[in-house]
Structures are given as C-alpha cells and as structure tokens.
Write a protein that binds this ligand. Structure first.
Ligand code: FEO
Ligand code: CA
Ligand code: CA
Ligand code: CA
Length: 659
C-alpha cells in the first residue's frame, strides 16, 4: 500500500513508511512451454511450477536478436484527469472486472450488500479488501483453462463499513473501536483462494468449488522453523509459542517450485502498540520495527477491542500478556492452495522483516534462493538460501526446505559489485555484546542484524523479479523522500529527494542463486524525461527526471517477468502530488530488459494502485489488481461503489499478452 490520495490514506502512508533507520521470443516461449509440458507430466504439485523454465543457452540466443520485438503492442497514454474512472488497456485487448471485494468465495456465501452492511461472519466468506499480490496455480486437467487464483488482501478501506470506521474516545484519550467492526476488518484481511475456469465460449468464470478458501487475520496458523516454541513467541493465549491467529498486511508474495504460495507480512507493525515507553526503548524487536508506542496502534486501534494487539508488557500475566504478539508477524507464510484444510505455516528461518515479497530463483541441481525486499525508507534487500536442495521426487522433504538455511542481506558497493552478508549468530558482530544472544534473536531482529553487518539502506525495496532464462534479478525501489537527508546518496540510491524511484538489477556470480557475490547496475531511474515541462509549463527539476526510454511512470512497485522475458512494471504513486502531474493515474507497463524500452500497457482509475500480476501458463490470460480505487469503478457485478477488484486482461485474438 501507500501514496494514496485521500486524507485517510495519506495518514496511513505517513505511518507506512516510517523510517527507523522478439523475433526469438516465439522460440523462447515455446522452449519454456515445452519444459512446462514436461513438468506437467510430473503431476499436480509440479503443475504450479510455471515460472521456472528455460535455460541460459536460450537466453544467449535471445540477446543476439532485435529484442525490441518483445513489445508487440501499441502503448496507451497517461491519464492525468482526476475524474478518470476506468481501466484502459492497449488496443486489441480487453480488461474486465473479475473478482471484487465482497464477492462470494465460500460456497453459499451471503450476497454482498452495496451499503456495506454485511457483518463479519459474511465477510469471512467473501472476498477481502485491497487485493494485492496473487498467483494462478494451474489444475492438471486443463492448465490454461482451469486453475486456482490466490489473492492477497493487504489491508482495509473505510468503505468496508457503511459509515466508515467508528471511533470513540476512551477515558485516557485513546481511540476505542467497536468489536463487530474490528472483527469485520480482521475478516477482510488475509487471502482468497478461488477456483476459476474458462467455459466453452472462452469466458473465464469463478467457480464455487471445493478448493475455495478464505484465510484471514483470525485463521489458525503454525509457527515453523527456529522460533517455533521459543519463549519469545509465547503469549497469554499461546503458552506453547507455536500457534498464531492469522496473517496481516499481505502485500506481494512468492510461489515455490513445489506448488505452495508464500504470503508476506509487510506493514504488520501498524497493528500493534506498546504503551510502556521504558520497555519500548529497551525492546529492539518493537522499536526497530516501528511498533506503535503512543496511545494506540497506528492503523485501526484493534487493541481497544481485541487485547491480542496490545503489546504492552503486563508483568503479572503469563508471558507478560501479548508483548510477544508482534514477534509472530513479519514472516513468510507458506500456504498449500490445493489443500483447503491445510494449516498455513510461518517460516521463521527466513527472518522477520517488513516483508514485501518472497521470490524464488531456481539454480542448477535444485539450489535456490528466495529474494525479499523490506519496504520502508532505508531498509534492505534480503535473500534466503535453503540448506537443502529442491528435489521434484521428494515432495515431503521440499516442505521443510524453508525451515533451515541462511538469511543474507545485500551490500551494493559503488564499483558495481555487491556482497551478500550472512545473518549468522556469532559472525560479523552478531553476538550478545550487540544484543544478539542466539540465532533466534538475529531472526527476530533481522533489521538490527542487517544494520550491524553494514548492509546498504535502500529506497524502499518492493517487488523482486527473476528473469526466467538468465536468472538476472530485478528489484523495484519505489521512492524515498528521505534520501539525501536521513540516508546519504549512494551509487545504488543516487537521487536526493527521490520521489519517483528506480529499478535496480543484479547478476549472481555464475548465475548461482546461492552465490555470495554479485554485480549490479541501475536498470532505470523513474520520472519525467529530461527537459520535460510540468502541468504549469515549468521545467521539471533535475532530481525529478529519470532515464526511462519510452513511457514515463513514477514509483515502481509490482514487478514480474513473463515466460518470454518481458518485464512487467506496476506503479504505486500519489497521482495528486505535483511531481506526478505528467505520469497521472497508476499503471502497468512492459519493458524489454535488453533494449530497456518501456511501453505503457494499461492505466487504472484515479486513486487506485495497480498491483498483483499473474498469468495462465500459456500467457494468454492475465490478471492484475486495481487496489483501493478512489472513485467509482464498475466492478464485477456492475455496482458502482469503489471496490478493490481483480481485472482479467485478454487479447481479442486470443494471443499471448504483450507479444
Ligand atoms: Fe504493500 Fe510495499 O507495498
Ligand atoms: Ca508501494
Ligand atoms: Ca499495495
Ligand atoms: Ca507494494
């Protein structure tokens, strides 16, 4: 989330980013598809693989061809009018609303009420709010026509309730919330898993099937890895420290080669507070993560109705009440979408961050890495390298791969080289003298450990994408107004007052995801073209111009490669700000990683963020999300009320999207 234009969202935004510190394309595509067909023979779990095809040799062939032919569509214009209320897409394509907040997920779910009068029990059966990262998992009977769509619901909008959020003032001046509203908000968080199918006429529909599931902030989950059962995970209602209710602020995500979904807990800190200033000052697992320490938590004051979110220590209570509850968020949550009765597991070996995403890169012989951005100003880029290797023949062992391994954080050196610094207890000053008493302490305060190791503070790392053939890794650095002030300008974050952001990329040594060194460069700096004029006809200042070749944009966030190596870029900028007068509404663009050309493919309604992207394995059906549209946008049932919505994009001639 972020950068939204309403006062409400502006307030959330201020808290959100708290800083505590071509021609060959066809042959490439068929190569990937051939590899995928072979994979599909392997069965259901492998059918989910989707993204891990191709070879280095194929890429080298592609690089020798006129790569601009990768972008096979005509671009669309930026939309800068504040009454723009549609989705427009490149000529020859159709975008249609597919799945909106409130749509039924579970069989028999109550019909969504246009006045938002549904109660929390109804919400638990309906689509949650603020659709974000998502993934299409093909089903083996018809992979391109039948699958499961898994969609994150990041947070909630005031439109969740008929008259917005209700607040009362408590005796001490704190904000108090009614429990029924809090429960509905908790129910609207999490994820939806829905079965989708294309009928004989080629029309995609949602199916009320046996896989359908809602996961919310109330769903029981297991804690796996080194923190399972640890004293620092125990609470008044979970004395064993191995079970937690729900997941929060699921932003972007990842997919494993064994067919599970990795939901990531981003701005979890805004849901908790610790009102004890002395304790807060001494507790880096709260302070370094910007847990609230005023009269309320920063977002919705759930703690006033649900004690679990009050992380103030109560020393007369078992496990001091819920002081440890914030330790149970900020993790990767592994979910098996094919088993609706499975228990999601929080994978603590991967570290606790404000985690945007968890993107897998598969190397030779099953060696892999999982990349993550920590999206706050001045936070870091991480990767987790499992100790074991992926083995398609060992489905049970694969389920344990994320419980043991090494977490690294990136240092980007000025000469274009880089180092992965391991977060291993006892190394690099990660010892008791510096507050790290064991490996669990390192994982719980991964941010503090990364500080200790001298990692490079970045301009808000968001999504990561791995090139399907070369394994080159790209990350969006969305923006950072504090660059040049709190954080000095450096080679990887070169612009002061960085309001437009950049995309950075690196190659691991020998294209090995587990390598400890890499080389990097900046793919592009977002913003206006040099020499551009703003809406008032004045020259755009130099720090707001970038290096984009083609269509301009601001604040890259969502990022993904398709199978042919097109880089899809989604934006999350504040279109009401002066510096976005030329980029306008948020959008989806497509870039050629070789020629660096960028072309605008789709523009969303005013007030919305464009986020989340997935395809069928043949790349002929694409879904993206319109998150928190600020004004009416015709949603899945035609009712005009602003609702976050998954949008289906297809080419009118049935071809590959973008080709
Ligand atoms: Fe939820 Fe970093 O965007
Ligand atoms: Ca963002
Ligand atoms: Ca978002
Ligand atoms: Ca994001």
């Amino acid at each position: 989330m972020n950068q939204d234009h309403t006062d409400y969202h502006a307030r959330l935004q201020a808290m959100d980013d708290h800083s505590v510190n071509p021609s060959q394309a066809e042959s490439l595509s068929s190569l990937v598809n051939r590899s995928r067909r072979n994979v599909l023979k392997g069965g259901l779990a492998l059918a989910a693989l989707g993204l891990f095809g191709g070879s280095l040799a194929a890429c080298q062939r592609a690089a020798a061809t006129p790569a601009s032919a990768l972008l096979g569509f005509s671009g669309v214009a930026a939309q800068t009018a504040s009454d723009f209320d549609r989705v427009i897409v490149a000529p020859g394509y159709t975008a249609r609303p597919f799945f909106s907040w409130g749509d039924g997920v579970l069989p028999g779910a109550p019909q969504w009420q246009a006045d938002a009068s549904d109660d929390w029990q109804a919400q638990l059966q309906q689509a949650g709010d603020n659709h974000d990262g998502m993934h299409y998992f093909p089903l083996p009977d018809a992979p391109n026509d039948h699958g499961l769509l898994v969609i994150n619901h990041e947070y909630i909008n005031p439109t969740l309730h008929t008259a917005g959020l209700t607040w009362f003032e408590g005796p001490d001046g704190s904000r108090q919330r009614p429990l029924d509203e809090v429960r509905k908000e908790q129910a609207a968080h999490g994820l939806s898993i829905i079965e989708v199918r294309r009928d004989r006429n080629g029309t995609w529909e949602r199916v009320s099937g046996r896989y359908n599931r809602r996961i919310s902030a109330l769903t029981p989950m297991a804690i796996g890895g080194p923190l399972a059962g640890d004293a620092r995970m125990k609470t008044l209602s979970d004395p064993a420290g191995d079970r937690v209710l729900g997941t929060l602020n699921n932003c972007s995500m990842g997919v494993t080669p064994w067919g599970t979904y990795l939901a990531c807990e981003e701005n979890f800190h805004n849901y908790f507070f610790n009102r004890d200033p002395a304790d807060y000052a001494e507790r880096p697992t709260h302070r370094r993560y910007a847990i609230g320490n005023g009269r309320n938590s920063k977002y919705y004051a759930w703690e006033s109705a649900d004690r679990r979110f009050d992380a103030t220590p109560y020393i007369d209570q078992p496990h001091a009440g819920y002081v440890n509850e914030p330790h149970r968020f900020g993790w990767v949550v592994e979910i098996d979408p094919f088993d609706p009765h499975s228990t999601p597991v929080k994978r603590t070996a991967m570290g606790r961050l404000g985690r945007e995403c968890s993107v897998v890169s598969m190397g030779e012989g099953g060696r892999m890495a999982v990349y993550s951005g920590d999206d706050s100003r001045g936070e870091y880029v991480y990767k987790f390298v499992p100790a074991g290797r992926f083995d398609p023949a060992s489905p049970v062992a694969n389920r344990r791969l994320l419980d043991e391994g090494t977490l690294y954080v990136a240092r980007f050196d000025a000469d274009g080289s880089g180092v992965w610094l391991p977060l291993i207890w006892g190394q690099g000053g990660l010892n008791a003298a510096n507050g790290f008493v064991d490996q669990q302490a390192v994982l719980l305060n991964a941010r503090g450990a990364a500080d200790q190791l001298g990692a490079t503070p970045m301009d808000r790392p968001e999504w990561v994408a791995v090139h399907p053939q070369t394994r080159e890794v790209y990350v969006t650095l969305t923006n950072n107004s504090e660059r040049g002030h709190v954080y000095p300008v450096d080679a990887a974050n070169p612009r002061p007052d960085n309001l437009h952001g950049q995309i950075l990329r690196w190659n691991e040594h020998n294209a090995d995801p587990a390598a400890t060194t890499f080389t990097w460069d900046i793919f592009l700096l977002a913003g206006d073209q040099p020499g551009a004029l703003d809406a008032a006809g004045n020259p755009v200042p130099a720090h707001l111009t970038g290096t984009i070749q083609g269509d301009i944009f601001s604040s890259p966030d969502g990022l993904a490669f398709d199978g042919a190596g097109r880089l899809w870029i989604q934006t999350d900028s504040d279109e009401t700000a002066a510096h976005t007068s030329n980029t306008g509404c948020n959008q989806l663009l497509c870039a050629d990683p070789v020629t660096r050309e960028v072309r605008r493919f789709l523009v969303g309604p005013w007030g919305a963020e464009i986020t989340g992207i997935t395809w069928t394995p043949d790349y002929r059906s694409m879904w993206i999300n319109v998150q928190h549209p600020g004004i009416s946008y015709p949603v899945s049932d035609g009712v005009s009320r602003p609702r976050s919505t998954t949008v289906l994009v297809t080419r009118d001639d049935g071809g590959v999207v973008g080709a």
